[in-house]
Structures are given as C-alpha cells and as structure tokens.
Write a protein that binds this ligand. Structure first.
Ligand code: G3P
Ligand code: CA
Length: 249
C-alpha cells in the first residue's frame, strides 16, 4: 500500500513530535507517523527534532543535557499556538503506544549509533508488530549498524542533497546511493523531494527490490505524481489535507 506519512505528526496544525500531533495525524487518516528521536541525559529516547529544546519548547539547552523528567516538564506546544499549551515532549515509548495495529511508525534516529541499544530495548517492550516499525537515519554508519541490530525491521537510508549541488550531480548521487543501499542490504531509501526523484528513479528502486519514500511534500499534485511513479510512501506535514486533495485529483 502507498502510504501517507504524518511528518512529525500532523505538524502543520499541531506542535511537531508531540502526542497531540501524532494523534491528530492518525485521526486525519495517516497510514504512518514519522518521529524524530534524541537521547536524554539519562538515556531515554525522546521525540524531538532539534538538538536543543529552544525552538519547540519554553526551555533552553541541549536535549542531551536534560533528563527525561526535565524534558517532559517543558511546554512543547505554546510556541505553535496557545491552545497547544498542554503538549509535552514524549518518550518514544509513549509515541509507540499511540500507534494502532493498522498503522506504522517511521523512527528517525537523530543521534547516530549511540541510540541503538536503547532503541532495541524500547522496541522489544512495545506491543507493535515488526511490520509496523521502520528505523531510518541519514548517517550511513548508523544505517549499517541499524541493519545489523534490527534484521527483522524495515531499515531505510535517508538521503538529502545540499542546495548547491547541481542537478546532474544530484541524479548521479541518487543513482549511486540506490546501488549502495541494495549492496548494503537496506530495505529502502527515503529521499528528499527533488525533481530528480522521478518515475525512472522510483522504478529503479522497484527493479532492485528497494522501497522508496520521499520527504517532505505538502503539495498534493507532487504527491499524486510520486504515487503514480510507484513510490511506497510520502511524508507530509498535512496528512488530512493531502488525503482530501488526492481524493479530488
Ligand atoms: O523523514 C525524513 C525527514 O524528516 C528528514 O528531515 O529535518 O524533517 O528530520 P527532518
Ligand atoms: Ca525527521
């Protein structure tokens, strides 16, 4: 099934990476959630995108310098709008608890291999089926380590492109990364939304038995184009709106 993925939850409307945003994403019919994780000072996996809490809470400082309890005490919603004032920074375990049996979660590790032992423990304690869980990272060494740590989970390599990279180079890099991903036994690639991610490159993934995903698309025509090309999933900040628009396209 081609999946609409709620990027950091329904993060257009609700404060990203909070239980409120994830629940809203599910309520809006997202097939999957995308969640970023960092480690707290006492080794807990917390759902937050940045290295610091400054942008998305009323606190300040590095996530890695704050304990689970200190992080959970912060207001992680008011920055978005006053009505979200009750939102908190959740643990990954709390996010996993929200995911019903018919949905999935894509977990983006933001801190490299150091997170993998705790991730293994949290996933082992979760009620989710293996097919519901995806682990992904940009850092190649970490994806290789995740492949080894989680042989039974879907493991993706996140691929981004610096803005200065010329178009032809992007195509060559993407082609090369697809080959590398196959060679390294990854299940798929999750690619930044660039024009070079076209029907040909998606088809190349398919031919090589590699899953293909794209982030982050808030343009329903582009999502329709990617789905037509055969992509497995598209991450959007607006899952409900995207689904509605696709119905009308
Ligand atoms: O799903 C991948 C995408 O979320 C990566 O970018 O910065 O939103 O974590 P970022
Ligand atoms: Ca992410």
């Amino acid at each position: 099934m081609q999946q609409i993925i709620a990027h950091r939850g329904a993060s257009h409307e609700a404060p990203e990476n909070t239980l409120e945003a994830f629940q809203l994403g599910l309520d809006q019919g997202a097939d999957a959630l995308e969640c970023d994780i960092h480690l707290s000072s006492d080794g807990e996996l917390m759902a937050i995108h940045d290295e610091t809490v400054d942008r998305t809470s009323n606190g300040s400082g590095a996530v890695a310098a704050l304990s689970r309890v200190e992080l959970a005490a912060l207001d992680a919603g008011s920055w978005k709008a006053p009505k979200w004032g009750g939102a908190r920074i959740p643990t990954l375990a709390e996010v996993l608890d929200l995911v019903p049996p018919d949905r999935r979660i894509l977990i983006e590790v933001k801190v490299g291999q150091t997170a993998l032992p705790r991730l293994k423990a949290v996933l082992a304690a979760s009620k989710l089926a293996r097919e519901q869980i995806v682990v992904m990272e940009f850092d190649l060494e970490t994806v290789i380590a995740a492949r080894e740590a989680f042989p039974d989970l879907e493991v993706l390599w996140l691929i981004g492109f610096p803005s200065w990279l010329p178009s032809w180079t992007r195509r060559a890099v993407l082609k090369h990364r697809i080959k590398q991903a196959v060679h390294l036994g990854f299940d798929g690639v999750n690619v930044q939304d660039i024009p070079q991610l076209d029907a040909d490159s998606i088809a190349e993934c398919g031919t090589r038995q590699l899953k293909s995903y794209c982030w982050t698309v808030d343009d329903a025509h582009r999502t329709a184009q990617l789905f037509k090309g055969g992509i497995d999933g598209v991450a959007t900040n607006r899952p409900g709106w995207t689904r509605e628009q696709l119905g009308g396209l």
